[in-house]
Design a binder for this molecule. Structure first.
Ligand code: S3P
Length: 450
């Protein structure tokens, strides 16, 4: 019996994913689904919790991050049924009604949970909240949300001049501001807009480039007074209204689909069909970047589901070409840069990724992490202060690599290993469960026909 292409092993330190492509070559085939969109899952739970009445959620991501959001909002008084991909019921408590929890709120590994929730907590006068997270989250910058919230009148304390969690929040009446964000960050934008729901007057956020707009879409669907100006890249909410619970259908996460798009593109003779993927234009930078590189990807059955565009994606392998990725494209593919770096390793020519310094403050320093680990596999990757330079075309040879407890680094390395000779062991592969608990099962499924 030949060794399985994909196997996993539990160690004292965690889970290792072992990838051993057959010497005769591999081809990936199949029809797959990816789990629910992480950003939309967080927002459905949060808006459901602060709305009046009932919100139902179909297709919720059952990853660790949305679980953190659900547990925080349960502690704040919302009634959220057992998490399930089929159907979750949230009984909201109404705007301004979050309860003071008797313990510290724990956002785990999730920046979206902590930053969005902070905007809501800061605007609950007379209540005190403390929030923490895991070691990665406790090292990530919070001043990007603390400072504008303080401008609105918030009282927030934390380590390093109020910039690091654990954070303490004494809720205050807030006033609306016009905030010009120096970074294109949906977490910053959403935090300020959520704070604006309870602030006096109007709250506007203007960003330097358009970041994902799931909050704006969902706030509108829940009945918030919100307007968006695409010319000035601004969104405005008016405080004092109410939200009404809604049925939400969560599409598949394009950030998870990205692993299969690149896998099928780089492994010769592959074809994958990925059903039900969210293709919101603020998230499809990965499709644009891969198209620039000559990938063969088709969108089929384009449709709109609960206010979000959705399509099925067909990808076939092709010889990729290097390209330059920078500017306004970056916020539209920010979470996909590690897997895009893997695509670039197998492309002809030198790919340059710039304007992506934000990657240094994600779940890990993703620029350093992906460069170092791909180089250990034999790639030629150079770190730039704000990106990567990748010389494509050097063969990879399997070795032990490290996830840095970062879900997207773990999965990107596993995909790179499909095209390496010999055996690759991805250490810390359990991190994938943050956003994609079924990753290993689907990987085994698409490798099965080889
Ligand atoms: C997210 C926004 C992005 C992204 C993160 C999810 C969101 O972060 O990287 O995975 O759901 O709003 P930034 O807003 O910090 O860029």
């Amino acid at each position: 019996m030949p060794a399985p292409v994909v196997s996993s092993q539990s160690t004292q330190e965690g889970q290792s994913l072992i990838i051993q492509p057959p010497a005769s070559g591999l081809s990936l085939q199949g029809r797959i689904r990816v789990p629910g969109d992480k950003s939309i899952s967080h927002r459905a739970l949060m808006l459901g919790a602060i709305a009046h009445g009932e919100t139902t959620i179909e297709g919720l991501l059952l990853g660790e991050d949305p679980r953190s959001t659900a547990s925080c909002f349960r502690a704040l008084g919302a009634r959220i049924s057992e998490l399930n991909t089929k159907f979750v019921r949230v009984r909201g408590i109404g705007l301004g009604e979050l309860q003071e929890p008797v313990d510290v709120l724990n956002a785990g590994n999730s920046g979206t949970t902590l930053r969005l929730m902070l905007g809501l907590l800061a605007s609950h006068p007379g209540r005190f909240f403390s929030i923490t997270g895991d070691s990665s989250l406790r090292s990530r910058p919070m001043s990007r949300v603390v400072k504008p919230l303080q401008e609105m009148g918030a009282q927030i304390w934390g380590r390093k001049n109020n910039s690091l969690a654990p954070l303490a929040v004494q809720g205050q009446p807030l006033r609306g501001i016009h905030y010009h964000s120096p970074i294109a960050s949906a977490q910053v934008k959403s935090c300020i807009l959520l704070a604006g729901l309870l602030a006096e007057g109007k709250t506007t956020v203007t960003e330097p480039a358009l970041s994902r707009d799931h909050s704006e879409r969902m706030l509108k669907a829940f009945g918030a007074e919100i307007s968006v100006d695409l010319e000035t890249l601004s969104a405005t909410v008016t405080g004092g209204g109410q939200l009404q619970g809604q049925p939400v259908i969560v599409p598949g996460d394009i950030s998870s689909a990205a692993f299969w798009l690149v896998a099928a593109a780089i492994v010769p003779d592959s074809e994958l069909y990925i059903e039900n993927v969210g293709v919101n234009p603020t998230r499809t930078g990965i499709l644009d970047a891969l198209a620039k590189m000559g990938a063969n990807i088709q969108l089929e059955n384009h449709r709109e589901v609960a206010g979000e565009p959705v399509a099925d994606l067909r990808v076939r392998s092709s010889q990729l070409q290097a390209c330059e990725i920078a500017g306004d494209l970056i916020p539209r593919l920010i979470d996909e840069v590690p897997i895009l770096a893997v695509a670039a390793v197998f492309a002809q020519g030198t790919t340059v990724i710039r304007d992506a310094a934000e990657l240094r403050v994600k779940e890990s320093d993703r620029i350093a992490a992906i460069a170092l680990q791909l180089n250990r596999l034999g790639a030629k990757v150079t770190e730039l202060p704000d990106g990567l330079e990748i010389v494509g075309g050097t063969p990879l040879i399997g070795i032990d690599v490290e996830s840095y407890a970062d879900h997207r680094i773990a999965m990107s390395l596993a995909i790179a290993a499909l095209n390496a000779s010999g055996t690759t062991t991805v250490r810390g592969a359990e991190a994938a469960a943050i956003s994609y608990p079924e990753f290993t099962t689907t990987l085994q499924q698409v490798c099965q026909n080889s």
